[in-house]
Every structure is written in structure tokens, then in C-alpha cells.
Design a protein around this ligand. Structure first.
Ligand SMILES: Nc1ncnc2c1ncn2[C@@H]1O[C@H](COP(=O)(O)OP(=O)(O)O)[C@@H](O)[C@H]1O
Ligand SMILES: [Mg+2]
Length: 205
């Protein structure tokens, strides 16, 4: 795969363009994951570098659990950019445009419209009990070839009512590490819309 362009990297996966409209997502080795974590921690919480081993173990375990959840789940594959498993952790998927690359091009009104669609998409995911517990709008979601929002990151899935309620109660969308990846003009709107849409349901559990 080394001849293929690297499209992205998170804590769990490195993503390669397969050149045929699909991407290959390979689980990170420990050392690669550490490099990626340092990049996040340096500007948010440098003391967390001490706990990287713990984070790596947790992230790997969660990715494996999430892959088993995917196998058993009836959620529409179109909403997940048509993932296909390749072994225990790796998978291929349709190549999409990460929302990180979309937001900077949008007017205020267009950006708020995309945030509204993100809220609706997550409402639908919650109805099917399959959500990205981080709600990391810029990094984990993209637009497919028809312009629909899809979930790219299938490694941090909450799939029970309890896990979903816990994920919502944490308000991960308000974290600097998530909200501040949006252009400044959209941050407050994003946090407010997410609070209004999802916090009441967290209070019911
Ligand atoms: N299907 C895809 N099409 C295009 N880019 C992708 C795709 N999946 C992931 N990426 C890129 O790779 C990055 C890491 O992928 P992600 O699934 O979020 O991995 P992790 O679980 O490690 O966070 C994404 O933020 C995005 O930039
Ligand atoms: Mg991710």
C-alpha cells in the first residue's frame, strides 16, 4: 500500500487512497499512533503525553469492539460510505470529502445549513442506535458523491441506549479538540444546535 497516497490519520487508523474511488483504512501501529497523539496533545493537553500507552490500548480495544458492532448491525451501509472489512480491524470504504475540507469554503448561511444537516444525520443514527460517540464533525464525517453526509470513522461507535446517553451527556462537541477544528464563525452555532438537539434526551436516562 506504500505506493498509495495517504489521505489522513487518526489515533486508530491511517487512510490510503486506493485510486479506484475507495480508501483502505489500516489500524495504526503503536509508534504511529503515538506520533499522531503527540500532535493533538501539544496544543490541547501536553500532560496527556504521559498516558499515551493507556490511550492506545483503549483506542485499539474500542476499534475492535466497533468492528464487531458493525458486522452485526443493520444500519444502512450508504450512511457509512459502504465499509467492507479486511481482517480484524482494517476496512475499505468509499472515498468521500471530509467535512474539514468543506467548511472553510462555505458562507455563514451555508455552514449553518451543513451543521443543521449534521444534526439531522445524527438524529437518524441515534434512531438506529449507531453513533460516533465523539461527534467530531470535521474529522469523522464527510460528503459522499451525491452530497449526502456520511460517517467515515467507524472506530468509536456507541450502539446501546446507555452508551449513547453517556456519549451525549459528555457533550463532546463542546470540547476544544472538536469545536475548534471548525472555522471560528461556526463554533458557537454548532455547540448550540448540538445542545438543543441532543441534551434533552440525555436527561431522560
Ligand atoms: N472514506 C474516507 N474518504 C476520505 N478520507 C477519509 C476517509 N476515511 C477517513 N479519511 C481521512 O482519514 C482521517 C482518519 O480517519 P478516521 O476514520 O477518522 O480514523 P480514526 O479512527 O483513526 O480517527 C479522517 O479524518 C479523514 O481525513
Ligand atoms: Mg477519526
Amino acid at each position: 500500500m506504500h505506493t498509495h497516497e495517504q489521505l489522513g490519520r487518526g489515533w486508530q487508523y491511517t487512510v490510503y487512497d486506493m485510486g479506484n474511488g475507495r480508501v483502505l483504512k489500516r489500524a495504526n501501529t503503536r509508534s504511529v499512533a503515538y506520533m499522531r497523539m503527540v500532535r493533538d496533545f501539544l496544543w490541547t493537553a501536553p500532560w496527556r503525553i504521559c498516558s499515551m500507552s493507556h490511550y492506545f490500548n483503549k483506542a485499539r480495544e474500542e476499534a475492535m469492539t466497533s468492528m464487531s458492532v458493525l458486522d452485526a448491525h443493520a444500519i444502512s451501509r450508504a450512511w457509512l460510505a459502504f465499509p467492507v472489512r479486511e481482517g480484524e480491524m482494517d476496512y475499505t470504504q468509499d472515498k468521500v470529502s471530509p467535512l474539514r475540507t468543506i467548511f472553510p469554503r462555505l458562507s455563514q448561511q451555508e455552514g449553518e445549513g451543513l451543521i443543521d444537516r449534521f444534526v439531522q444525520f445524527n438524529r437518524a443514527l441515534i434512531q438506529f442506535s449507531y453513533v460516533d460517540r465523539t461527534f467530531q464533525i470535521t474529522e469523522n464525517y464527510g460528503l459522499d458523491k451525491d452530497g449526502n453526509i456520511v460517517l467515515m470513522d467507524l472506530g468509536e461507535i456507541a450502539a446501546t441506549p446507555e452508551a449513547i446517553a453517556r456519549a451525549i451527556a459528555d457533550r463532546p462537541w463542546a470540547l476544544v479538540s472538536t469545536a475548534h477544528l471548525l472555522p471560528p464563525a461556526f463554533r458557537a452555532y454548532f455547540i448550540r444546535q448540538m445542545d438543543e438537539a441532543f441534551l434533552p434526551s440525555a436527561l431522560l436516562v
